[in-house]
Design a protein around this ligand. Sequence first.
Ligand code: ARG
Length: 453
Amino acid sequence: FPCSKMVSKSGVRLPMSVRFLFQKVLEPFAKGDDDNFGLNSELLNSLPRGTTLVEYSSPNIAKKFHAGHLRSTIIGNFIANLKQSLGNNVIRMNYLGDWGMQFGLLGAGFKQFGCVEKLKDNPLQHLFEVYVKVNKEVEHSEDMKQAARDFFRQLEQHESQAVTLWQQFRELTVKEYQQVYKRLGVHFDIYSGESFHQDQAQEVVQELQRRGLLKVSEGTRVVDLSPEGDMTNVCTLLRSDGTTLYITRDIAAAISRRETHGFDEMIYVTDKSQENHFSQLFQILVTMGHSWAERCQHVSFGLVQGMKTRTGDVVFLEDVLDEARARMLHNMNQTSTSKELENPEDTAERVGISALIVQDFKGPLQGDYKFDWDRMLQARGDTGVFLQYTHARLCSVCFVVSYSHFVASAHTELPVAGSPQDVAQARLRLFRAARSVLANGMKILGITPVPKM
Ligand code: ARG
């Protein structure tokens, strides 16, 4: 890097310390280490590292993928990326809602309304249809209610026919989800779920019983979490019919994750309506003597209203992604650029998804917001489209400029073309640095930067 030529715009030679800083900051670009810029510093290397388990997305089989699941996916992916770029070993986990009475309904419903072909072709859609139908049916049919109870009992007792059907629901659902997550740039190391901890949940109850922590309240089994021990704040762990609940399975799941993965910290990402649930979960774990629960954290976020596509309320994640792509393509066609692109659909998909992602990070995490396609897809302001646009422009400077095809209007302050060669080179390196910082930051947010748009 030509230090002697390090002059400010006004031509004043910069002090040694500033020159040193510049040199340090821009050094990696002389080595062509753009992709890791900012991620390999001495400071980062000196940070303590460990294993972080991040649990996010976690939709429920046969139910709607709502805005909360999308936000959890985006925020959880960001947290996992960030932890990873800080040098931690990160385990990405999806904890599916794959157990509970709804599978009684689904199993019984499938026997009546289900179709194996449709299940294989379009599992999410078909299971949702069956689920809606069976819920209507049980409103007036005692037989259906009984069939649902029977099916769930068979599941709980691991009867093979019921389990096989349930397994099929689960496997096909996961397969389809994996494809949709891929479009979002998200992946999971583990697809866990409530079903995994069904038996362990019963063991948790016994353990609490042994420790004298389980109380009886109106036929149910509860843990008393009130500081005075006067049952003013209790948490139910067992229904009167002896079946476990969401929280019972969560206790079992946490213990099993700690045993299996030995994490140093665990982060759960869900909307703020589950704040009480997680605070109770951590409290119970600590009461049971699991001091590692103090390093478990619930990252909660605000609610999103009105996530709709042209066809109505969102049921499937895929529809949101399709709509983001279609709307972005439409905008791109109006402003001309798409004709020069090799694959405009693909660019529209990436940029549309960036818009979705940035919308989530715009306000305070805990704040609620209204889902708004037009606002998020604006080319100006704090939007994903603007981020991508800035990145693409910096790319065009770096690739285009060196072949002397520079669009001067964009960078009048620090022109590259027409400057003396060493100054032009220094500026080019600066733009490369800016592009790389931007790209690496975008990747941590979960955005795939596009070189052109
Ligand atoms: N499936 C749940 C829901 O849709 C979210 C699960 C959150 N994670 C957990 N460990 N409880 O509300």
